[in-house]
Design a protein around this ligand. Structure first.
Ligand code: AMP
Ligand code: GLY
Length: 439
């Protein structure tokens, strides 16, 4: 029998489930564990860590005792907390940036200063630690303006303000009402950029890197990008917004310089770096960095890339990225999030979910990833979060991928099921436009 490698995935969302499925697609036999994991990961044969974990050191102990060959960290919080440093100290291979490198997401004040120092295109900004000076700057600059807390804020820390009054209110919430706690100790006021956004994922061992198919998220809750921002309501890849020329510009002006800058600052970046890019009339600029895969973009990107993901992650984690090429499917992948009615505000949990098995059985080009699900005490699969499932479909054309994704969405049900009906529509418009131009 082949030697089995053991892998631990940290996290419990659709992103982690998509990472698991990607790992399982290769022929390599793997013994999979997750902490805390989710019912979908369990159904795919992943064992959940059964010990009580009080700290990342506890989890590192567990990983050592269970001879885990590779740990992959999904979410930002453990990374910013320094989980990678703790695992490395125990001589465990772990995919993700160190605490110092994860600051690129954990501190917007740090990432903005880094970009300024190394001339990486981003919105003009100033950092503040008190309301009075922030208000003074706001008076000088006027609206529109973007108010951002420096620390981690679960995707809610950027407030795009169309009027000075909105910005003043945001500053009161941050400084006086301490709505964001410590994350709001430093605040950035920055120029509002215009354009469309793209998510550029770069996997790196610190020196070598590869760019994954570029995707687009859909952050607002409602069709046509209306309503409040969420963690992301769907994604698709590759995004025609970023053609080859634009991607090489992004690579030259942003991707490479950032990795070099991190190395020069003594914060060599290993893992997955998510570049949130705004394609403005003046060219591509950085909106934000994330020190991890995006959710739901991962659910649209990973199904397109074929490689031995264990080898890819492990070789990056140990500082020598494999030279073996990967293949990228020619078509498109679309991932639609099924959410609970009320999200991103309050919502009910515990609604019974039906139709997942049938959907996956019927179609070979569809995956259903779990994010907010659990088994109730009658062993029924029920909703347990705002974002419940991600339904991903891939096909030769974007149109077909969209159609298949939505057909599958129709087959999965729970009370209060809510989703955007226009995931990928922006891309489709662009593809159709390009076809016309091309004759
Ligand atoms: P962030 O938390 O920095 O990722 O920002 C969340 C979202 O706010 C981004 O995805 C953008 O849609 C929006 N945003 C942030 N900064 C800006 C900016 N300078 N100009 C326009 N929109 C922005
Ligand atoms: N989809 C946005 C994020 O992962 O932060």
């Amino acid at each position: 029998m082949d030697f089995m490698n053991s892998v631990l995935i940290i996290g419990s969302g659709g992103r982690e489930h998509a990472i698991l499925k990607a790992l399982l697609r290769s022929d390599r036999p793997l013994c999979m564990y997750a902490y805390p994991g989710n019912p979908g990961m369990e159904r795919d044969g992943c064992m959940l860590v059964d010990r009580e974990i009080k700290s990342w050191s506890d989890l590192a102990d567990w990983a050592s005792q269970n001879e885990i060959d590779l740990t992959i960290v999904g979410p930002e919080a453990p990374l910013v907390d320094g989980i990678v440093d703790i695992f490395k100290k125990e001589k465990l291979a772990v995919f993700g940036p160190t605490k110092a490198a994860a600051e690129i997401e954990g501190s917007k004040a740090f990432s903005k200063d880094l970009m300024k120092k190394y001339n990486i295109p981003t919105a003009a900004y100033r950092t503040f630690t008190d309301k009075k000076s922030a208000l003074k700057y706001l008076k000088e600059k006027g609206a529109p303006i973007v108010v951002k807390v420096s620390g981690l804020a679960a995707g809610k820390g950027a407030i795009v303000c169309e009027t000075a009054e909105e910005a003043e209110n945001a500053l009161v919430e941050i400084f006086d009402e301490k709505k964001f706690g410590e994350a709001g100790a430093r605040v950035i006021l920055e120029e509002k950029m215009t354009g469309e956004e793209a998510s550029v994922f770069v996997i790196t061992d610190g020196k070598k890197y590869r760019i994954l198919p570029v995707s687009q998220d859909h952050k607002a809750v409602g069709d046509g990008d209306t309503g409040p921002n969420t963690g992301g309501m769907g994604a698709y890849a590759p995004a025609p917004l970023v053609d080859e020329d634009l991607l090489s510009r992004i690579e030259k002006e942003i991707v490479k310089p950032v990795l070099n800058a991190m190395e020069q600052e003594g914060r060599k970046y290993q893992g997955l770096l998510y570049y949130g890019i705004m394609v403005t009339p003046d060219g591509p600029k950085v909106v934000e960095f994330n020190c991890r895969f995006g959710d739901p973009e991962t659910q649209a990107v990973l199904p397109l890339v074929n490689c031995d993901w264990f080898e890819m992650f492990k070789s990056c984690a140990t500082g020598r990225m494999t030279d073996k090429p990967w293949t990228v499917n020619q078509g498109y992948c679309v991932s639609v999030i099924l959410a609970s009615e009320g999200y991103p505000g309050s919502y009910e949990k515990g609604k019974v979910i039906s139709g997942i098995d049938e959907t996956e059985r019927e179609k070979t080009n569809v995956d259903v990833y779990h994010s907010g699900t659990m088994f109730n005490n009658q062993e029924q699969l029920v909703t347990n979060g705002g974002r419940v499932l991600a339904v991903s479909a891939w096909a030769d054309t974007l149109e077909e991928a969209i159609e298949t994704a939505y057909l599958s969405v129709d087959g999965i049900n729970f009370e209060g099921k809510m989703y955007r009906r226009d995931i990928g529509a922006k891309g489709l418009k662009r593809v159709e436009g390009q076809a016309k131009v091309g004759g």
